[in-house]
Design a protein around this ligand. Structure first.
Ligand code: SF4
Length: 340
C-alpha cells in the first residue's frame, strides 16, 4: 500500500499534509475512520476550499474524502461515544465544577468528540504533543478529562509528576460517576476514560523481561498507548514518529525490541538491516481494522473516484466540523509554541 501512496505519515501529519495540497480533487485515505474524518475536517475548512485550484473541488465546494473500506474503524475510538461523554460531563457536574475541567481528546477519536472538546474549551492531542497539551490545559483549569485512551493519559500525566492517587478511571458502563465515589472525583486532577488500543494493550511487562533475558544489550522502545507497567520497564517511550526517529538515528548494530503496531515494526526491520529489530511481544499484535485497507479496496475506490462516482465518502457535518476545527486549531497553536 505504501508503495502507492503520495503521502506517508501518522494520522495527524497525513491530514495536515493533505490539507496543504492546493490541487486536490479527492483524498483516498488509507487509514481508519477517525483519520479520514480528520482529513475531511481540515481539508474542507472554508479557507482551504477557497484556495483550491482543483476545478472539480471548487465546483463541488469541497474535496472528496474516501475511506476504501468503511469497516476500517478503531477499537479505541469506538470506546467513547459522544452520548457517553455527554452523560459523563453531566454526571461530573453533579459533584465538581465542570468549568474547572478541560476535556482533552486523543486524535484517535470520532469527530463528535473533537467537537465536544471544541465547544467546552477543550483540545485535541496526539501522542507527540500530549505533554504540551496537558501543560496548556493545567494552565487554565484544575482538572482534565482525558479520552478515549487511558494509557496515553496516565503515562503522560505520570511523566508530568502527577501521582496516581490524583487520577481516577471513568468507566462509561457504570451507572454513577464512572464507578468512582464523589471523594475520588474531587481528589482527581486527571479523569481517565476507560478506553485503550486493543493492539497496544497486548504488550505486557513480562515481554520486556523476556527480551532483556534473551537479547543482551537490547533497547526497549514502546508507544505510550502501552500500559504504564510496560512503559515503566522500557528504555524509551514515544509516538510513532519518535519511534521511527530513534531507529533512524541509532548506530549500526543497535538491537531493539519495539512495542507498537506489527506492520510498522516489520517495515523498520526491512528498512534497517544494519540493526537488529524485534517485535516486543511473542504474540501477534496488529491492527486488524487498519489491515482491512488493502490493494483491492484501494483500487476499487480509485476507480470510482476516476469515474466521478466516489464510494465510501466520509463527510463530517458542518456544525461538528466547525467545533472540531476549534479544538484542532488549539492543538496546533500549542504544538507551535511547545519546546521540541
Ligand atoms: S492501532 Fe489501536 S489506536 Fe491505532 S487504529 Fe488500530 S485500534 Fe485504533
Amino acid at each position: 500500500m505504501i508503495a502507492h501512496a503520495d503521502l506517508q505519515g501518522d494520522s495527524y501529519q497525513l491530514s495536515k499534509s493533505a490539507a496543504e495540497r492546493e490541487a486536490c480533487e479527492a483524498i483516498v485515505f488509507c487509514g481508519v475512520h477517525f483519520m479520514a474524518e480528520t482529513a475531511d475536517i481540515l481539508v474542507n475548512r472554508p479557507e482551504k476550499v477557497a484556495a483550491q485550484v482543483s476545478a472539480a473541488a471548487r465546483a463541488a465546494g469541497r474535496v472528496t474524502v474516501v475511506l476504501p473500506d468503511m469497516a476500517a474503524g478503531c477499537s479505541m475510538a469506538d470506546m467513547a461515544a459522544i452520548e457517553q461523554v455527554e452523560d459523563a460531563w453531566a454526571d461530573l457536574g453533579s459533584v465538581i465544577d465542570t468549568s474547572d475541567i478541560t476535556p482533552v481528546t486523543y486524535i484517535n477519536s470520532a469527530a463528535s468528540l473533537k467537537a465536544f472538546c471544541g465547544r467546552h474549551g477543550g483540545i485535541v492531542c496526539t501522542s507527540s504533543n500530549a505533554r504540551a497539551v496537558l501543560d496548556w490545559a493545567f494552565a487554565k483549569t484544575k482538572r482534565v478529562l482525558f479520552f478515549p485512551d487511558q494509557h496515553l493519559g496516565r503515562n503522560t500525566a505520570r511523566k508530568m509528576g502527577i501521582p496516581l492517587d490524583e487520577m481516577c478511571v471513568w468507566s462509561p458502563h457504570e451507572p454513577r460517576l464512572g464507578g468512582n465515589d464523589a471523594r475520588q472525583i474531587e481528589k482527581s486532577r486527571v479523569i481517565l476514560w476507560q478506553g485503550h488500543c486493543s493492539v497496544h494493550a497486548m504488550f505486557r511487562p513480562e515481554h520486556v523481561d523476556a527480551v532483556r533475558a534473551n537479547l543482551p544489550g537490547v533497547k526497549v522502545l514502546v508507544h505510550p498507548e502501552c500500559p504504564m507497567e510496560v512503559v515503566d520497564k522500557a528504555d524509551l517511550a514515544g509516538s510513532t514518529s519518535f519511534i521511527i526517529k530513534q531507529v533512524e538515528a541509532a548506530p549500526p548494530g543497535t538491537t531493539w525490541a519495539i512495542g507498537t503496531e506489527l506492520h510498522l515494526v516489520k517495515r523498520l526491520e526491512q528498512q534497517h538491516p544494519e540493526q537488529t529489530i524485534r517485535f516486543l511481544s511473542p504474540v501477534v499484535c496488529m491492527c486488524a481494522t487498519m489491515y482491512r485497507i488493502d490493494l483491492a479496496h484501494l483500487c476499487w475506490s480509485l476507480e470510482h473516484v476516476e469515474a466521478g462516482n466516489p464510494v465510501n465518502v466520509i463527510r463530517v457535518d458542518d456544525e461538528t466540523a466547525k467545533w472540531a476545527v476549534t479544538a484542532l486549531e488549539r492543538m496546533l497553536a500549542v504544538s507551535e509554541t511547545a519546546p521540541r
